[in-house]
Design a protein around this ligand. Structure first.
Ligand code: MG
Length: 402
């Protein structure tokens, strides 16, 4: 395949964009049409149209959509607000498609012919799959220029794998030389009036794409330019890149004195011991540190701000309730818990027998899986305030995502 031919003229060549998004997306195995799935700052459809708008060469847009999909398609198209900004002076039309791709394109070409007048209707129309959002501005511009030169142009890639013809029993009939083959992509660019006339003549034919329609009636066949391996058509769910995730780390710490006549509460579980945490609230040092960690990760304050000890309302308050209240706030901000990891510094009693119960109690408060929570304990080796059982200390890290 020859390298792309560059245009010799300085005149800015424009194009009308026709996006085909009228299919049912059954191969995706999803309820949502693939063009409406989230991508970057919008949807597959918005990012697809945006690639064209960024060239500054588009004078009008017509999108073929399924029956009764105007509101869904409108929402998907303008999901990225930049589309609204860049289409302020460009007419946008939604057209109800037909039973086949060919019928949808023909109906949309007819609608373009009826609706777009004057400068809005360009000499060249770009016909593009709504499920190819990764097309580059460079490729779009090259297609437009090529169509002005040749009347019809489309990008294609030559196969890198060995190509064979097979029979109905899956046996190879013959090997096909690769240099004679190319896999066709979109956008396909055509002289508008000519492709409209050819579509009209092709209503009783079944054609795979618009280049086949052009090549059926035009003496000179469609000119090919070099396509892009990144210009894939999203067909299966895993063709879409994983949406970028935001992650945040939180750190929580707390210390309470251990005194007689109080309960030793850790993660909502009472451990039998002669001492317990001295506190304004119920004193659950572990839940306090967790509360601070999740609030900190989301930048939503800390336990002292939310539940000030000066407020008598929080005297002997349940720390489970306090954590639940803080966690609801964090969840309302869109965050999910990835994991919590906690360290307790405690001389006595032995923590291990209670670990499972404590982890599941915390998971229960946060409504997450027990596997997302881990708690371990260290003694003070009989040294310092921990070693003398005068205090209990806790450190917590958490990872949140959205
Ligand atoms: Mg505390």
């Amino acid at each position: 395949m020859k390298a792309r031919k560059t245009s010799t003229t300085n005149k800015i060549h424009t194009a009308t964009l026709l996006v085909v998004a009228a299919g049912s997306s059954t191969r995706m195995g999803l309820d949502t049409k693939k063009e409406y799935l989230p991508l970057n700052n919008g949807t597959v459809l918005s990012e697809c149209v945006l690639s064209f708008l960024k060239t500054n060469k588009i004078t009008s847009i017509a999108i073929a959509i399924p029956k009764a999909h105007v509101s869904q398609a409108t929402e998907a198209l303008y999901k990225n607000p930049l589309v609204k900004t860049l289409t302020q002076n460009i007419p946008v039309l939604f057209v109800e498609g037909g039973a086949t791709r060919q019928e949808s394109v023909y109906k949309t070409l007819c609608a373009i012919n009826e609706s777009f007048k004057g400068e809005a209707l360009s000499k060249v129309v770009l016909i593009h799959d709504g499920a190819r959002p990764f097309v580059s501005e460079k490729l779009i511009t090259a297609c437009i220029e090529d169509a002005y030169n040749y009347g019809a142009s489309c990008p294609a890639l030559q196969p890198t794998d060995t190509q064979v013809q097979i029979d109905s029993d899956n046996n190879i009939i013959q090997h096909i030389p690769r240099p004679s083959l190319a896999a066709v992509q979109t956008p396909q660019a055509f002289d508008f009036n000519t492709i409209l006339a050819y579509h009209k003549r092709a209503v009783n034919l079944t054609c795979t794409d618009d280049t086949e329609i052009w090549d059926t009636f035009n003496a000179t066949k469609t000119h090919i330019i070099l396509g892009e391996s990144t210009n894939i058509k999203i067909t299966y769910k895993n063709d879409l890149p994983e949406a970028s995730k935001m992650i945040r780390i939180g750190l929580g710490y707390d210390l309470h004195r251990l005194v007689e006549g109080r309960k030793l509460l850790l993660g909502g579980i009472e451990l039998p011991f002669e001492k317990g945490e001295d506190a304004h609230s119920d004193g659950d040092v572990l839940l306090h540190a967790i509360t601070d960690a999740v609030l900190g990760a989301a930048s939503l304050g800390d336990i002292g701000v939310l539940f000030p000890p000066s407020d008598s309302k929080w005297k002997d308050a349940s720390s489970s309730y306090m954590l639940k209240t803080a966690w609801d706030l964090v969840k309302k901000d869109g965050w999910k818990l990835e994991n919590l990891d906690c360290v307790i510094a405690l001389e006595k009693p032995k923590f291990i027998p209670y670990r499972e119960q404590v982890c599941s109690s915390i998971a229960n408060i946060l409504e997450v899986e027990t596997s997302q929570v881990f708690v371990k304990a260290k003694t003070g080796e009989k040294l310092g305030k921990i070693g003398r059982s005068e205090a209990v200390e806790v450190w917590v890290t958490c990872l949140l995502s959205k």
